[in-house]
Design a protein around this ligand. Structure first.
Ligand SMILES: *[C@@H]1O[C@H](CO)[C@@H](O)[C@H](O)[C@H]1NC(C)=O
Ligand SMILES: *[C@@H]1O[C@H](CO)[C@@H](O)[C@H](O)[C@H]1NC(C)=O
Ligand SMILES: *[C@@H]1O[C@H](CO)[C@@H](O)[C@H](O)[C@H]1NC(C)=O
Ligand SMILES: *[C@@H]1O[C@H](CO)[C@@H](O)[C@H](O)[C@H]1NC(C)=O
Length: 417
């Protein structure tokens, strides 16, 4: 029975979801409960936020962009994306779970669902507004793209939060027989956790698509941080009290960037093998964001404003990859070619020709995804995301000291059935 439930099935998503829910309770008692008992020997209180709300780009998108633009984001639900995610296909650009998944699973034991999902969403424990392609800066000021450009920047994502509140308040007054969906109550909006992880899109893709040079990209840092801060202020004024704002990974250590900006002089690289010039961008972003958080804490003394230093976790791992079981800190797991297993001509999930060779990356990926920090050369891996969530929930690389100060529930963190 259990093995039947746990069988991975690429068929109907709905059916998978039902199986997943059924399997959750069984797996919990039969397989995972003894494990949790061991890892629960923590004295801090259990995480108890009623719900989690998330803002950002493809590093946090759990299905908004594919819901809105099925063609442009088709790969998100196709293998090898989501190979480690329960109820695969996952609609995520990752081998397994995103950082927001680990946080949501850790806080509420459940994933959160994309606001744009029309089929079988479950908003009981929160909503994700994050959308692949979503810039921190308002997309109307971002017209220089030649190709596809997502309109779902942070300003729009905040409007979605406001609409969500309107619907909660409306449905709360309705007859429960008429409103069949279970939703959080309006009152829980103030005590929920709001997670903001944005800006990567603004920098990464302007470089990736050669819209801006590294030097020009450095000059937009102020406006990107301002856009993140504006969202944070909006959420606080909306009623949010607990906010986790996350900084960015070192851009110069990302396989796609290492490949596209390959340098011949050793001087261009730091001791970890990353590109110094690109790292300046994220270092500047993170410093300004960190300063802004201090200012915001003074301005909103009743809010709990957490600053998650994802960059710190990333560089910790780069400094001692073996202690995290990372064997390939600078290579993409799903990719092909070059020093960093990345080639823009054929990226993860696609087929194409490189030189004279036909390359098919629709199913193949590295033998041990857990040994990689980067999944597809662009997005971080399940392994990195889990390491970051573990630190944030246990008080490492997060300020104020103690961080979220609650014990994560690891129950379904590693489930992939
Ligand atoms: C946290 O939750 C677990 C599992 O539900 C429970 O066993 C444990 O006693 C709780 N710990 C605290 C400090 O409330
Ligand atoms: C939530 O916060 C908003 C804005 O600060 C406030 O107007 C509202 O009364 C609060 N709601 C509850 C249930 O505390
Ligand atoms: C690394 O792998 C070993 C052996 O599988 C395991 O015991 C250990 O917990 C892993 N460490 C981390 C940080 O995942
Ligand atoms: C790529 O490989 C997969 C798995 O082997 C196969 O199903 C698919 O048809 C291949 N695509 C092309 C275009 O050959």
């Amino acid at each position: 029975m259990v093995s039947e439930l746990m069988r991975r099935d690429s068929g109907d998503m709905e059916q998978n979801l039902m199986r997943f829910r059924a399997a959750m309770s069984m797996v919990f008692w039969i397989v995972l409960f003894p494990v949790i008992q061991g890892s629960m020997a923590v004295t801090v209180k259990n995480c108890s936020y009623p719900a989690v709300y998330s803002f950002g780009d493809s590093l946090s998108d759990v299905g908004n962009s594919i819901a809105a633009f099925p063609v442009q984001f088709a790969n998100a639900e196709l293998p090898p994306n989501g190979i480690l995610f329960p109820t695969h296909a996952a609609d995520r650009f990752c081998d397994g779970k995103l950082l927001i998944d680990f946080l949501a699973f850790g806080v509420r034991r459940r994933p959160i669902y994309p606001v744009l999902r029309g089929i079988s969403p479950d908003f009981t424990y929160g909503v994700s507004f994050a959308a692949s392609g979503g810039t921190a800066r308002a997309s109307s000021t971002w017209k220089r793209y030649a190709g596809f450009n997502s309109p779902f920047s942070l300003d729009v994502q905040f409007e979605w939060l406001e609409r969500t509140k309107v619907r909660y308040s409306y449905y709360e007054r309705q007859d429960p027989v008429i409103v069949v969906q279970s939703l959080p109550t309006l009152a829980t909006l103030n005590s929920s956790l709001y997670v903001v992880y944005a800006g990567y899109q603004d920098y990464f893709f302007s470089l990736y698509d050669s819209v801006l040079s590294p030097r020009e990209t450095l000059s937009i840092v102020g406006s990107v941080v301002d856009a993140v801060v504006e969202l944070v202020e909006n959420v606080i004024e909306f009623g949010g009290i607990d906010l986790l704002v996350i900084n960015l990974p070192p851009l110069g250590c990302i396989p796609a960037m290492l490949t596209l900006f390959l340098e011949s002089t050793p001087d261009s690289y730091d001791s970890r093998g990353c590109l110094k010039e690109l790292n300046k961008i994220t270092t500047a972003h993170n410093a300004q964001l960190g300063d802004a958080m201090i200012t915001l804490r003074a301005k909103y003394p009743t809010a709990n404003l957490y600053y998650g230093d994802l960059h710190g976790v990333y560089t910790d791992i780069l400094s001692s990859p073996k202690s995290y079981n990372i064997t390939q800190p600078l290579k993409a797991c799903c990719g092909v070619g070059g020093y960093y297993n990345f080639d823009k001509k054929v990226t993860c999930g696609n087929t194409g020709v490189i030189g004279n060779e036909f390359v098919n990356l629709t199913e193949t990926y590295c033998a041990n995804p857990a040994g990689y920090l980067s999944w597809d050369g662009i997005h971080t891996s399940n392994a990195l995301n889990k390491a970051v969530a573990t630190d944030f929930l246990s008080g490492k690389h997060i300020t104020p000291d103690g961080g979220l100060n609650c014990s994560p529930d690891f129950t379904f963190w590693d489930a992939s059935f």
